[in-house]
Design a protein around this ligand. Structure first.
Ligand SMILES: [Mn+2]
Length: 307
């Protein structure tokens, strides 16, 4: 069932992606919908993910609409930014239900959803909504952490359990992993997931092709900011040395979007450092690249030979 009206839910501020040059269209005509979800409940080391959506949207006003890599103007894409969710103060089950309801509304209207977190606990609800619309779904996770714990600090909905919950919905591929517990390492081979450890990616120059080959037809991409090189992205609550460079991340995404139908994505775990705009800007630019890879013509999207 498709609904041309935007989902209705409690919300706080409304800052739109890219400011006015991008906001050319209302919800009904939008190809892509941005949903700010400022969840900051189970972050285990440093808190601050609640500030990420508004910082990312504020930074996005500085973006150019022209993508030089694909020679594509983002003004050709109908982008609609929904207001920032005001999440229920009760338990995380209520939060997950609210996120799943809103996301289901958007996916049912056949729109490409970009969830802007917030902590990683938002992902299972977004994936559950995406899987109802596009099945079978496959999740590609970019992250330093495997997030495969069954419970953490007494909760199954903790951000350290995000991928374990995702695997209750669909299979996954995990990229950039360099931090996991012994319990996670032992259980991983029994789960429907493929792990690409950061150390393997350093040794295997064909890792991007291997990642893409193993994906299903319909893909959801979840990007935890700590999957990136710590030197590039220190604004995270649980930092880990190593990680993907910007060219590695964008090459991977370009290949995935070129080869598969990506139905939605999220960017999570940014923990802005006061006074430093580089990290929210990186996330805003990442959204721009994702939109270009998703909506440029197929012949523009294909990576150059040999990449
Ligand atoms: Mn992580």
């Amino acid at each position: 069932m498709s609904d041309l009206h935007p989902p209705s839910y409690p919300h706080t501020n409304l800052t739109v992606f890219g400011d006015r040059p991008f906001e050319t269209i209302g919800y009904a005509g939008a190809d892509a919908v941005i949903l700010p979800i400022p969840l900051d409940r189970t972050t285990s080391y440093v808190q601050g993910t609640r500030f990420a959506p508004r910082e990312i949207l504020a930074a996005s006003s500085q973006l150019e609409t022209w993508d030089e890599e694909l020679e594509f103007d983002l003004e050709e894409v109908g982008i609609h930014t929904l207001p920032e969710m005001e999440l229920p103060s009760e338990d995380l089950e209520a939060v997950a239900t609210e996120i799943r309801t809103v996301a289901t509304h958007v996916f049912s209207a056949d729109k490409f959803l970009i969830g802007v977190g917030g902590e990683h606990s938002i992902t299972p609800a977004l994936v559950a909504a995406a899987a109802r619309h596009s099945s079978p779904l496959h999740v590609l996770q970019i992250d330093a952490h495997a997030d495969l714990r069954d419970t953490y600090l007494g909760s199954r909905l903790n951000h350290a359990c995000a991928m374990r919950r995702v695997l209750e919905t669909c299979a996954s591929t995990q990229v950039g992993i360099r931090s996991l517990s012994r319990e996670e390492a032992q259980v991983a081979p029994t789960l429907q997931t493929r792990l690409f450890f950061d150390t393997r990616m350093r040794r295997d120059e064909n890792w991007i092709a291997d990642v893409v080959d193993g994906l299903g037809d319909h893909v959801y991409v979840t990007i935890d900011c700590d999957g990136l090189d710590l030197a590039l992205m220190p604004a995270v609550g649980t930092p880990e040395p190593g990680g993907l460079t910007w060219p590695e991340l964008t090459s991977l995404l370009r290949s995935v979007f070129s080869a598969r139908r990506v139905v939605g994505c999220d960017i999570v775990e940014l923990c802005p450092i006061p006074g430093l705009v580089a990290h929210p800007f990186l996330c805003a630019k990442l959204i721009l690249k994702i939109l270009a890879y998703r909506f440029a013509r197929r012949d523009q999207r294909a990576p150059p030979e040999g990449v």
